[in-house]
Design a protein around this ligand. Structure first.
Ligand SMILES: [Fe+2]
Length: 251
């Protein structure tokens, strides 16, 4: 079985057996995929008690939890895990059964082929990105708080790594070619530029990642594409499905 859901932001309440009773019949060979903004590797302190307990709790579920990265992840910490090959693609194993599916990979999971590509541009940064070491940090922060402008802090709550490198995008292209540019599912955090335009009605600007995903959308044969980021549950069309709190079975 494969289930899929949207942004968690470090809140894993939806995986409680009361809310997600299907897990009672699941095993570690069954999977729940999070479409980014997993948020379980977030705190600066690598041994934060609450976060450690949450990850251990997720690992103790009957199934295996998989996630692509979103924009709200601590990329310094994610990147510090060793890269391993798992089911055909590159991963970071956060726990034995809590696994980060890296960008531009094709996995064979439960008999389905899945292309993964995390990351997205943050939309909640209209106040800007502050540098914690800057001499005017506190002054700027107070002014932004006074004006209720959303801001983030570099390497504390925002990372440039939210957007991919050219190398990651090229790796994705290469891996898709190896699979004949055809997969069963695509799992990302954001979506293709044209899909984003339908969802946002002009609110969101295309960026190098949405443009890359547009290219992938045009040239790849896929059955369904699941993504998060826009905090809603919506079928954009019959193939592209935006998820937030819902957990749906896809296989
Ligand atoms: Fe989010």
């Amino acid at each position: 079985m494969i289930y899929i859901t949207g942004d968690c932001h470090g809140n894993f309440e939806r995986f409680n057996a009361r809310i997600f009773p299907e897990q009672k019949t699941m095993t570690k060979e069954d999977y729940v995929i999070v479409c980014g903004d997993f948020g379980g590797v977030w705190k600066r302190n690598t041994s934060d008690r609450e976060e450690t307990m949450l990850l251990d709790w997720l690992d103790s579920r009957s199934y295996t939890t998989l996630f692509v990265d979103g924009n709200h992840e601590n990329f310094d910490r994610l990147d510090s895990y060793p890269i391993e090959i798992w089911k055909g693609g590159k991963v970071h194993k956060i726990r034995p059964s809590v696994i980060h599916l890296m960008r531009g990979q094709v996995f064979e999971i439960a008999g389905r082929s899945i292309f993964t590509f995390g990351g997205a541009s943050s939309h909640d940064i209209s106040g800007g990105i502050l540098e914690v070491d800057a001499p005017d940090f506190e002054k700027k922060r107070k002014a932004l708080q006074k004006g209720f402008l959303p801001y983030r802090i570099n390497h504390v709550s925002w990372w440039a790594r939210e957007l991919p490198t050219e190398k990651e995008m090229e790796e994705g292209r290469r891996n898709l070619v190896v699979h004949g540019d055809e997969v069963d599912f695509i799992v990302t955090h954001c979506c293709a530029s044209s899909t984003q335009a339908i969802l946002g009605g002009g609110r969101y600007k295309p960026d190098p990642l949405t443009n890359y995903l547009e290219e992938i959308r045009q040239k790849t044969k896929f059955k369904k594409w699941f993504f998060g980021h826009y905090h809603d549950n919506k079928n954009v069309n019959t193939e592209e499905i935006l998820l937030y709190e819902q957990i749906i079975r896809i296989w």
